[in-house]
Design a protein around this ligand. Structure first.
Ligand code: SF4
Length: 331
């Protein structure tokens, strides 16, 4: 059952240097109970896209006229970009959609206890009494595996370890029972053992709560473990999307192939690392045609420099935006 439809999302920022295109005409859907990995290097537009779903981007953000974000909730569809009043926005932000970030210290107010922040959020987004909100908060802290949850409830964020803070943030994000959870690099700052625990926890919660998750990461290993499907972004454009196994086992876009080739090979520790050559260009100097052509080893003719590649099929539910896949000769 569909939970989210994003159509032709384009987002630009007005700056002193001119208009910067951060998200360029992307479309995707997410079902309930589905996990989508959103991957790409820093600067690919992953986090801006996620924030756009909650209209959290700065005041200089301009949405393209064709952009449309629709949340399909039990009591009807919500046109997210049409939500302007604070009451409407509360239905979306912290209500139907919650977000967790890479660094939980940035999400908790340092001068308030974890518990009081959880209670305040519940009082804003639910009809619970203060006592009920407190009971639910302690229950959620316990649910995410925080021992002695009643005591932790009264502690400040700086008093918790990194892994525990991350769990507390997940507890707070889930306490309002959002339909969609956006997790922005939620495990990047954690050591490998805690990372595995947090991933397992999120997988359990998807099953228990039936929510959809957008998991933003540059770590393809994490995507392989957690996601049902994956979308690859480069310089604000989506370049490949499909079932996670199909995309990771048979990448059809040279950029996706490059990200996979750049991973260290545990079965061949002597193999040299093969990073994607070059750097992601400045959004102020977006390449013409295919935005990846300045780094693509297979882009040798005019087509890639002049024509924007359109979507084509690379397999069942597997789509790619590359001229090579439509039979055009780029090499
Ligand atoms: Fe490379 Fe051309 Fe495909 Fe872009 S369209 S990824 S430049 S081959």
């Amino acid at each position: 059952m569909s939970l989210l439809t994003v159509e032709n999302l384009t987002l630009q920022f007005r700056t002193d240097e001119g208009l910067i295109t951060a998200v360029d005409d992307i479309s995707f859907t997410l079902d309930r109970g589905e996990v989508m990995g959103l991957v790409g290097e820093s600067g690919s537009g992953k986090s801006v896209t996620a924030k756009a779903l909650m209209m959290l981007n700065a005041g200089n953000a301009i949405y393209g006229p064709e952009s449309r974000i629709t949340l399909h909730l039990e009591d009807g569809d919500v046109d997210v970009l049409a939500c302007k009043r604070p009451r409407e926005m509360r239905v979306v932000r912290g209500g139907a959609i919650s977000m967790i970030f890479q660094e939980p210290m940035a999400s908790f107010a340092p001068a308030m206890t974890i518990g009081s922040q959880m209670v305040e959020q519940l009082l804003i987004h639910t009809d619970l009494s203060r006592a009920q909100a407190k009971a639910l908060s302690v229950e959620m802290l316990d649910r995410v595996g925080i021992s002695d949850a009643s005591a932790r409830f009264n502690q400040y964020a700086f008093e918790l370890s990194g892994g525990m803070r991350q769990r507390a943030m997940i507890a707070m994000a889930l306490s309002t029972k959002p339909r969609l959870l956006i997790a922005d690099e939620p495990t990047t700052a954690l050591d490998v053992t805690i990372q595995a625990q947090v991933i397992q926890l999120m997988q359990e919660l998807v099953k228990d709560f039936g929510m959809g998750i957008i998991f933003i990461t540059h770590d393809l290993g994490v995507v392989a473990q957690t996601a049902d499907k994956v979308a690859v972004m480069y310089l604000g454009r989506m370049v490949e999307k499909g079932p996670v196994r199909a995309v990771l086992r048979g990448p059809a876009h040279p950029y996706t192939q490059g990200l996979i080739d750049a991973l260290p090979k545990l079965d061949d520790l002597d193999a040299p690392l093969r990073p994607v050559p070059g750097d992601i260009p400045s959004p102020l100097e977006r390449p013409s045609g295919c935005v990846f052509h300045t780094r693509c080893a297979r882009a040798l003719v005019d087509t890639c420099r002049t024509a924007v590649p359109q979507w084509s099929n690379a397999g069942p539910d597997h789509r790619v935006a590359c001229h090579l896949n439509t039979g055009e000769t780029c090499a």
